[in-house]
Design a binder for this molecule. Structure first.
Ligand SMILES: Nc1ncnc2c1ncn2[C@@H]1O[C@H](COP(=O)(O)OP(=O)(O)OP(=O)(O)O)[C@@H](O)[C@H]1O
Length: 669
């Protein structure tokens, strides 16, 4: 059964197949058996492939001509690095897609990124209609909030959360991908005021109002807005705010959410936000509840209303979201880790290098990454040592000694390895995947990998394979004891974090694998400040030694929670979203028959964007000049290229002049 679109005509298919054969170089196809094309993004093509050595199914993303010009080269660096954060610097989080390898193309132009493979993405699933039952929506939200909490705890904002970046498998297991726009909030705050860095493009439909209105303020709230839009889309079955232009996007939002107070408007720090909003408030309101049409679950609506809040400071945080009744049945603090360091992306938006320098930087990053896992393990060992030192058990040693040489036992094949030496808080070693809350897990699953302590699980079984109907066979463990109280922190609880992220934390440079003091910390003398709950010891150079790890290698935070990484996954699979047999599963991407050459390539059907979701071509505009497009039917997809220092955003924020012109012309009509 075909999922989306019409059957491609054979000549086009042949053409694409021929093209794809030449697109994957020999050294890649020798190592991976390319099965078929999964989709195409703004930067390249993604294929499903099988690792010939391990038999593991992977997704290979080829970024074409990564160094075509300075902008592309810079973006490739950021994008590759941001993605490579997932397994290494962001830890082995179950809900963040793992980058398994980065491979240079022989032509020195392209790059291949090898990811773990996922069956589909949320965009495809929603588009399919009615596949997601209430429990799946809750579970998707839970995992999304969990992944977002994790990123935000490292002071990183994803900035491009949207359904197509939420990969899913048939067990409804979520992995967040595409960190192409990810940015360290810490760096962003340091760079506040730099117009190049305030330019920001994400997919329009999921873009927060403050960004649309040209706010200079980045907060984690931009991700939370996107999360709200994603929830809305799951509930509605289609995008909640499908704006056709930036101004139309703002109009759609403002007509659905409660009117902001004057203080709210001031809070977004947008020069012309107030005048735009004032005019829009005159328009008729269609509250979210009405917009959703059919009655929705009260908890879902409540969560939506708490996420889609104009003032970013008043939006629910990911951590707060995890305590919301909508996801209460899955909530388990011990399985919702955070990072206890700030992640700094090594390639700054505002630093302009030459194409060659960017290329070298990227290759350097690739080779660093190849030994990064090992370096990081050493780094973690040092962190453990740091704790011992605090206890006076060992001599002080400088962390800087742990920097990225990979001479002492790096992976022999040069492949980047993911640290696997840690488990989750409760020691089940599987994060969410081996845990007790997934609706995908059958309590009767015949697996020896199941943790002995696994409690009763919410059990979803397909009752009707064709229709994909499911039922919940048992209540989740914590439902039995009733959901715990939901505590919402007052908005001002977050202010400290938002305004001075990282001020209390040690910053971790993911490339050098060394802790570092930020300019901000140095300026404020924070390098010498001790954390209140877990005092930092310092080396002779005043480099802080980070909080220690538990005896089993887990990083234990101040509150005793394990942070940062989970253990190798022992996943127990069952049904969740759909059906047991791949052939009957409407979610699964189908493998097309192999081409005679042995290299299978077909056209991408499942994950191709609808025309309205493809990225529009962007004209290059002058630095910091904002161009407001009043009525262009610009697609929802943002262009990450536009955010780079030398490349101001052409679409997405509103400039005063253009706004005034627009309003004037509207008055005249
Ligand atoms: N790890 C993966 N496993 C399975 N499919 C994937 C994986 N990563 C990406 N895909 C699929 O490949 C397609 C293209 O992905 P890509 O990230 O290039 O596109 P995008 O998110 O639309 O574009 P952009 O990178 O411009 O945001 C998507 O439909 C996505 O579902």
């Amino acid at each position: 059964m075909r999922l989306f679109g019409k059957k491609p005509n054979n000549s086009i298919k042949r053409q694409k197949a021929t093209m794809n054969v030449t697109e994957v170089e020999d050294h890649i196809s020798q190592r991976y058996e390319v099965k078929r094309r999964l989709g195409k993004g703004a930067y390249g093509i993604v294929w499903k492939a099988v690792d010939r050595m391990t038999g593991e199914t992977v997704a290979i993303k080829k970024i074409f001509d990564a160094f075509r010009n300075r902008t592309d080269a810079q973006l490739s660096c950021i994008k590759t690095h941001s993605m490579s954060l997932s397994p290494q610097e962001f830890g082995d989080h179950p809900n963040i897609v793992k980058l398994l390898d980065v491979i240079r193309a022989q032509n020195d132009k392209d790059i291949y990124l090898v990811f773990e493979y996922m069956d589909t993405d949320l965009h495809a699933v929603i588009k399919k209609g009615n596949l997601l039952k209430d429990v799946h929506k809750r579970y998707v939200m839970y995992q999304l909030l969990k992944a977002t909490k994790y990123l935000h705890s490292g002071n990183v904002i994803h900035r491009d959360q949207k359904p197509s970046n939420i990969l899913l498998d048939t067990d409804c297991f979520v992995k967040l991908c595409d960190f192409g726009l990810a940015r360290s909030l810490f760096q962003t705050q340091e760079d506040a005021g730099n117009p190049a860095l305030t330019e920001y493009v994400a997919t329009r439909w999921y873009r927060a109002p403050e960004i649309l209105l040209g706010s200079s303020r980045y907060t984690k709230g931009v991700d939370m807005w996107s999360v709200g839009c994603i929830l809305g889309e799951m509930l509605l079955g289609k995008p909640l705010f499908p704006g056709t232009s930036t101004i139309n996007q703002v109009e759609k939002i403002m007509s659905a959410i409660p009117h902001p107070t004057p203080e709210d408007v001031i809070s977004i720090r947008s020069e012309y936000g107030a005048s735009v909003i004032q005019r829009m408030l005159l328009r008729p309101q269609v509250p979210l509840e009405e917009l959703l049409g059919a009655p929705v679950d009260a908890d879902a609506l409540d969560l939506l209303n708490r996420l889609l809040v104009f003032n970013p400071d008043k939006r629910l945080t990911a951590e707060q979201g995890l305590k919301h009744p909508y996801v209460a049945r899955f909530h388990n603090l011990a399985k919702e880790p955070g990072l206890d360091y700030d992640v700094i992306l090594p390639v700054d938006d505002d630093i302009q290098l030459s194409v060659t320098q960017y290329r070298n930087k990227l290759y350097e990053m690739i080779s660093e990454r190849r030994c990064g896992g090992w370096a990081q393990k050493r780094w973690h060992r040092r962190r453990r040592k740091g704790e011992e030192e605090q206890r006076g058990q060992t001599r002080r040693r400088s962390l800087s000694g742990a920097r990225g040489d990979c001479t002492d036992g790096g992976p022999p094949n040069g492949t980047a390895s993911t640290p696997k030496d840690a488990g989750t808080a409760d020691g089940d070693g599987g994060g969410d995947e081996g845990g007790n809350k997934s609706p995908s897990i059958r309590k009767d699953a015949p697996s020896t990998k199941q943790p002995a302590t696994s409690p009763v699980l919410p059990h979803i079984q397909p009752t009707n394979e064709k229709s994909g109907t499911m039922h919940v066979a048992s209540q989740p463990a914590n439902e039995k004891s009733g959901p715990g109280p939901v505590h919402y922190q007052p908005a001002n609880d977050r202010t400290g974090v938002l305004l001075s992220p990282g001020a209390q934390k040690t910053t971790y440079n993911p490339i050098t694998h060394a802790p570092m003091l930020s300019q901000l910390q140095q300026r404020n003398g924070l390098g010498h400040r001790r954390q209140p709950q877990q005092p930092l010891s310092t080396t002779a150079d005043n480099i802080p030694i980070l909080p220690s790890e538990g005896a089993n290698g887990n990083t234990v935070g101040d509150n005793g929670r394990v942070r940062g990484r989970s253990a190798p996954v022992a996943r127990i699979r069952s049904f969740s979203l759909a059906l047991a047999h791949p052939l009957n599963n409407p979610l699964l991407r189908r493998d097309e028959p192999l081409a005679p050459s042995g290299l299978t390539v077909t056209s991408a059907r499942l994950n191709q964007r609808s025309p309205s979701q493809t990225r529009e071509a962007r004209p290059q505009v002058r630095f910091s000049k904002k161009v407001f497009q009043s009525n262009a039917n610009v697609s929802a997809a943002g262009d990450p290229r536009a955010k780079l220092g030398s490349y101001a955003q052409a679409y997405g924020t509103i400039s005063k002049t253009d706004l005034d012109n627009l309003l004037r012309s509207r008055h005249q009509h």
